[in-house]
Design a protein. Structure first.
Lengths: 292, 238
């Protein structure tokens, strides 16, 4: 039972980050019908900025802020310079272009930082707090819960309570109608990419310390996990992304704890294949496949 | 006299296939005009070009004295033109209230947006009773009311309507048409209706414009058009 409780908290910690990262994927998918396969690498680039700023200034918080700003800028640059041009082409084109961006960013990071593991900074202790002798969660885990909760609530409020959120929903559901109502859809999409990349950047800064190190492929499995979470929940559903992320975090934690940590990567891929075979539209998407 | 909208020699269409071939049109301010014609005549293409969704290849579109040919859609909206597309374009995933809010989102005078929204609820009481309902929960008639109401929140000077009677019961169609007439009379709104339902459109319009193969065939008083058997047989199918 003790082991179950520990694994559950561990799963929730990772799941919360998968949820935030999956939400970033959903944000872009809803607006553009593109799965941003470059999301992991874009987030990693922002995490390297955090690492560098922390190294140079000694301030984790400055690094965190720099990572978020870098994430926003990377989102704008990628959308404006490349993805905007392939938005109305065949879906495969956008996927291939996104994979190309992944390789380019990975190569640039490799050239600047090398391929070795570098210890990533953390603002709080990662030693789990003991409750009745049972290690539950660390101060850093609490930090993760708080940040992810702020992200999820913030995005929820942005979508439901603000003019830009209404514009984003209109542009996602009916871009042509949105234009006829005076919405600058192009600008809204750029904002969506920036927001998604900012959330991705924050997620990467939270999840990389759980493995301890940053390296040029550090976000690969995280991306696959978040993508799986988004597919489980339904790429159209922000709520689905959150539930999918938490569920996936728990499944992987149990698989890792009760079977072996070696099966984690395989478990993600098996789960992804099963979901794609059984319910490709996801658990929380009511609509059938929709194309723009 | 120069109209609110002047179109001269308009050529427009889709990838390599022009649909409009040198179309001319003039809409006086405060008028209600019906554009009629068979399927494929270019009616919808005309509206989509006027509102900026299709870029004209040649010709001139002057709205309130400004050349708007090739201008971005959202700029044209802000200049005072509203386009209600075929089937209304209600965003079914949003509520009635959100759809209406969207109509006035670009406007800076928020007090007047609230006033305009209240007027829309007065004009279409069924919408007031279903403010929180999603677009997908509305009937066809309610959706059309919402689409028109949403356009009115922007306080346009020119309202373009593409087949507002499509799929609606005759009673609802008559209600919507009479409401458009009232709006034009009361507020000076200029209305351009594209319709297959010729009788419904001409019941509210002062002027009928018949187009065929992307050109204006005739433009005359609505009453006279209804009585012109040759035109009706040749171009309107009844």
């Amino acid at each position: 039972m003790d082991r179950f409780v520990t694994l559950t908290f561990d799963g929730l910690t990772h799941g919360a980050i998968y949820a935030a990262f999956a939400l970033a994927l959903v944000l872009i998918w809803r607006g553009t019908r593109v799965v941003n396969f470059a999301q992991g690498q874009m987030a990693l680039a922002a995490a390297y900025i955090c690492y560098t700023v922390d190294l140079e200034t000694g301030s984790y918080w400055l690094g965190l802020a720099a990572a978020v700003v870098a994430g926003l800028l990377i989102g704008v640059i990628v959308e404006r310079s490349v993805m905007k041009r392939v938005a109305h082409t065949a879906p495969l084109t956008a996927i291939v272009v996104a994979l190309g961006i992944t390789l380019v960013i990975q190569a640039i990071l490799g050239m600047i930082y090398g391929v070795q593991n570098r210890r990533f900074p953390v603002p709080f202790s990662q030693v789990a707090i003991q409750v009745h002798g049972l290690p539950l969660f660390s101060p850093f885990d609490i930090f993760i819960y708080v940040v992810v909760a702020v992200i999820l609530i913030g995005i929820g409020l942005l979508f439901t309570r603000t003019p830009i959120g209404l514009r984003m929903r209109a542009a996602a559901f009916a871009p042509e109608t949105a234009r006829l109502l005076g919405v600058n859809v192009s600008r809204v999409l750029t904002f969506g990419w920036a927001l998604a990349a900012g959330v991705g950047a924050l997620s990467s800064v939270l999840i990389i310390p759980t493995a301890g190190f940053i390296y040029p492929t550090a976000m690969d499995l995280v991306f696959v996990s978040a993508f799986t979470a988004a597919v489980i929940g339904g790429l159209d559903s922000p709520v689905g992304a959150v539930v999918g992320g938490l569920a996936l975090g728990l499944v992987l934690s149990y698989a890792s704890g009760y079977l072996s940590s070696n099966v984690t990567s395989m478990a993600v891929l098996v789960l992804l294949v099963v979901v794609l075979l059984v319910r490709p539209s996801g658990l929380f998407t009511s609509s059938a496949e929709r194309r723009v | 006299m120069t109209g609110l909208l002047e179109v001269e020699g308009l050529v427009a269409g889709y990838a390599g296939a022009p649909v409009l071939h040198g179309l001319d049109l003039s809409l006086p301010a405060g008028s209600v005009t019906a554009v009629l014609g068979a399927n494929g005549a270019g009616k919808t293409t005309l509206l989509r070009t006027l509102s900026g969704l299709i870029r004209p290849r040649a010709g001139q579109i002057t709205f309130d004295g400004r050349d708007i040919g090739g201008t971005a859609v959202e700029r044209i909206v802000q200049a005072g033109m509203a386009h209600v597309p075929e089937h209304g374009g209600v965003i079914v995933e949003l509520t009635v209230e959100e759809n209406l809010r969207l109509g006035g989102l670009w406007r800076t005078d928020k007090t007047d947006v609230e006033k305009a929204t209240a007027e829309v609820y007065d004009l279409f009481p069924p919408l007031a009773a279903r403010r929180g309902a999603l677009g997908q929960q509305l009937s066809g008639g309610e959706r059309q009311m919402l689409a028109i109401g949403r356009a009115l929140v922007a306080r346009p000077r020119l309202l373009l309507l593409d087949e507002p009677s499509l799929g609606l019961a005759p009673r609802i169609t008559a209600h919507i048409m009479s409401m458009l007439r009232q709006l034009a009379d009361a507020s000076g709104l200029t209305v351009l209706i594209v319709e297959q339902n010729v009788r419904a459109a001409l019941s509210v319009a002062e002027t009928g414009v018949v187009i065929s193969l992307g050109r204006v065939v005739t433009r005359t008083d609505a009453d006279r058009l209804l009585g012109d058997e040759a035109i009706r047989h040749a171009y309107l199918g009844f």
